[in-house]
Design a protein around this ligand. Structure first.
Ligand SMILES: Nc1ncnc2c1ncn2[C@@H]1O[C@H](COP(=O)(O)OP(=O)(O)OP(=O)(O)O)[C@@H](O)[C@H]1O
Length: 223
């Protein structure tokens, strides 16, 4: 069974030029897949298309051989860490409640769940911030809270959009070690868009590369 597959996929925005040539691919084993390419080529757009947040201009995406769940049921095995500034800065919710959203709206929290959150807050240096408003956090703290929210959701697939950019060197290392553990021990399939992966080449299972000629706006994507 494949984790994710796509066929003749073209990504982009309605009434705009396509960002990619049609491309097909399949991910059949867990690992850390790095999506790389120059600024503005469409990496984040591809991530959002895979997540079902943007419709493909052409082609299809399958998640576990079925259509990708919509944005409304995205907690079903799929976690997303967007760029921290993409999260509404007027988002008035406590850090703790924000993290708990990772379990979905109807989840009944046990004592063990609360303990897991306390441990993760401590691991990610967010202890003492749990009752603060999410929008008051710094960029790096927001990213760390989103990572904790993703971890508690116990995802089968995890998508991260430039998480390293807002993290200090220590937290970058912590994140990559965590991703490696999720991929190897929990068989999570991880997709990461980032310009800071040079120091973490050994962690990457495979690259998904956008390339385009300097005089063209459309990319060819190779897995
Ligand atoms: N909502 C939108 N509507 C129309 N065009 C958009 C929208 N969001 C992004 N774009 C355009 O689509 C192109 C690809 O954007 P995208 O954010 O996917 O690039 P990226 O490869 O992730 O870039 P970077 O490395 O700079 O983060 C850019 O030219 C951008 O201006």
């Amino acid at each position: 069974m494949s984790y994710l597959s796509w066929s003749n996929l073209v990504v982009g925005y309605p009434n705009k030029k396509s960002l990619t040539n049609p491309f097909s691919g399949e991910i059949t084993f867990p690992g850390i897949y790095a999506i790389v390419g120059q600024n503005g080529c469409g990496k984040s757009t591809l991530l959002k298309t895979w997540l079902g947040l943007i419709k493909p201009l052409k082609g299809s995406v399958l998640f576990h051989d079925a259509p990708i769940p919509t944005a409304h049921n995205i907690s079903q095995g799929i976690a997303y860490v967007p760029q921290f500034h993409a999260v509404n800065r007027y988002f008035h919710i406590s850090v703790c409640d924000f993290i708990k959203q990772g379990k979905g709206p109807h989840y009944h929290f046990t004592q063990n769940d609360h303990q897991e959150i306390i441990n993760l807050l401590s691991e990610w240096q967010l202890s003492g911030y749990e009752n603060r408003s999410f929008h008051e956090l710094s960029g790096g703290q927001k990213t760390r809270a989103m990572i904790v929210r993703a971890i508690i959701s116990k995802p089968k697939m995890l998508f991260l959009d430039e998480p390293l950019a807002s993290l200090d060197v220590c937290c970058q290392q912590q994140l990559m070690d965590t991703l490696e553990e999720l991929a190897q021990e929990h068989k999570v399939c991880i997709f990461i868009v980032d310009h800071h992966l040079e120091n973490f080449k050994s962690y990457i299972t495979k690259k998904i590369s956008f390339t385009r000629k300097h005089d063209q706006e459309i990319s060819t994507v190779v897995l």
